[in-house]
Design a protein around this ligand. Sequence first.
Ligand SMILES: C[S@@+](CC[C@H](N)C(=O)[O-])C[C@H]1O[C@@H](n2cnc3c(N)ncnc32)[C@H](O)[C@@H]1O
Length: 282
Amino acid sequence: MKQSIRRIQNCLQDIYPTGEIKALTRIILEEVCQYSLTDILLHKNSILSASKHQEIETILQRLKQNEPIQYILGHTKFYGININVAPGVLIPRPETEELVELILKENEKLKGNILDIGTGSGCIALALAKFLPESRVEGWDISVEALNIATQNARQNSIEAFFLQKDILNLNTSEISRQYDLIVSNPPYICEREKKEMDRNVLDYEPHLALFVEDSDPLLFYRKIAEAGKSILKPGKRLYFEINALFGKETQKMVEEYGYTDVHIYKDISGKNRFISAKNDG
Ligand SMILES: C[S@@+](CC[C@H](N)C(=O)[O-])C[C@H]1O[C@@H](n2cnc3c(N)ncnc32)[C@H](O)[C@@H]1O
């Protein structure tokens, strides 16, 4: 095992920071050997089989091409739930776990209809369905690939959620039969002009449909959702968004113009304006 740890560290040292290499070493050994962190420490002197060496080598070659570890392994953890991911869906981010945490804190024991717009892997929808078991959760996405993965994630975790194909930019609200008690969305919010500051592992591998919005209209998705919310969110109920930190105030102003009140902006763990919630005043 010691030899494998050294091999992983040597192979990745020019590409990843030291902290990330440590995390990757642990993830790789957990995946290949099915070892917990304690097992890794206990088995430091054990010798891995040739096939396990080969598995590690294959992972390392893909990591060297900047491929995200979550796509290489085909899964990740989100809010304690095992979530399958593939190149057609965004890899769930830690900030989005913070959004789930916030919703659960502010809506303890919610019993009602929850809608997650732009559900991707289904991570938000499934976490809410798991921790608010008396609610009915729906997830919408334009991407069939994402909806298939979200459905698979629901099945594998034995969590009930309903995934539907909808284009939020062309939604006819008169066709929506229900009104929701909470709407959440982490829509595409990165401007095209921000691309130049982004890492290759995101740009080359993650779906641009999930990430980007035109520079000329950065609030496009938020506006469409706020507009739809006026008819599909029950009066007095709340909307929650993950937002682009560059547009906190603008997003607040926009939702207020649609008649939402009691608007709060929340910071993420890095101190950036990252979430907004607002009440539909009816
Ligand atoms: C930033 S990702 C969020 C995925 C997931 N909710 C998460 O937090 O990891 C945005 C999602 O919006 C979806 N999307 C993009 N355009 C859309 C549209 N017009 N209507 C509905 N969903 C859309 C993408 O397919 C993607 O899954």
